[in-house]
Design a protein around this ligand. Sequence first.
Ligand code: CTP
Length: 244
Amino acid sequence: EPRNTEVEQPSTSAAESVHKQPFVIGVAGGAASGKTTVCDMIIEQLHDQRVVLVNQDSFYNNLTEEELARVHEYNFDHPDAFDTEQLLCAMEKLKHGQAVDIPKYDFKSYKNNVFPARRVNPSDVIILEGILIFHDLRVRELMNMKIFVDTDADVRLARRIRRDTVEKGRDIGMVLDQYSKFVKPAFDDFILPTKKYADIIIPRGGDNHVAIDLIVQHIRTKLGQHDLCKIYPNLYVIQSTFQI
Ligand code: CTP
């Protein structure tokens, strides 16, 4: 009987290749919505797993001299501000078990070649975080789970003002101009429309402990299935037969 034969004679290499694939989580949401807090909480609760965080910010394009001279007219919230090809290239390597050097981005000098770059090793879980991380279909297709952090606009603006003036040393007038000229329109035009791709929408971001607990439980279940595949390679075939 073909089905039994399949179960009894599994392809070990198929089981191995399935196991090696990391579990990729995408975390999107408006600027200052609390994405970083959500990611940190997931990482903290998965302390016994190999988890790595990749920020979309690391893939900001470097500005030309001309753009730097008129930086207040540059739209950092537009999809074209990011080098998505480079992000895809890094993810391709990580998925194939290779370490990658990810650039560090400096919000003060607007440069993404701050040395040394961050060495990222292949891991069991990769978290991809960024305002427009759901924008490109090819990046979305890498993800096993998509989370959208949904925080009210006034909360995001308040956090942004505090962060940009205190941490980035920017002038409040400039922060408000950038918000009304670029940040708010880009949220409406590019970020909010990607909410429909999310599997999970977290209201209130990092304050939502129940949502984080549920997400971590689900990830553990998925990783547990992978661990079982490692111990019992035959399980892979059973899994695919029953489409778990
Ligand atoms: N940005 C900026 N100056 C730059 C590059 C980016 O002000 N040189 C701003 C963009 O305008 C964009 C924001 O950075 O709105 C994206 O970062 P954000 O999502 O706020 O950062 P996180 O810390 O990842 O967000 P969260 O608070 O959700 O964790």
